[in-house]
Design a protein around this ligand. Sequence first.
Ligand SMILES: [Zn+2]
Length: 72
Amino acid sequence: MRALIEKLQKDPEDIKTLQGIIPICTSCKKIRDDMGIWNHIEAYSIVHYQTKFTHGTCPECAKKFIWNNFNK
Ligand SMILES: [Zn+2]
């Protein structure tokens, strides 16, 4: 336990993760869990309602975005 606290004091990025700041796709509102899987927010937020969201784009929407820009 003490080792964990020491690690967190040295590594602020880990604290962010533990506090539950997770990526959310700005396009389809899916969110990525700690396993790297994108879930629909309705399903996820029931379990993780205390988490804060940080915005990003899931691979699916990233592909769509690139595709749309190439076809303009
Ligand atoms: Zn998306």
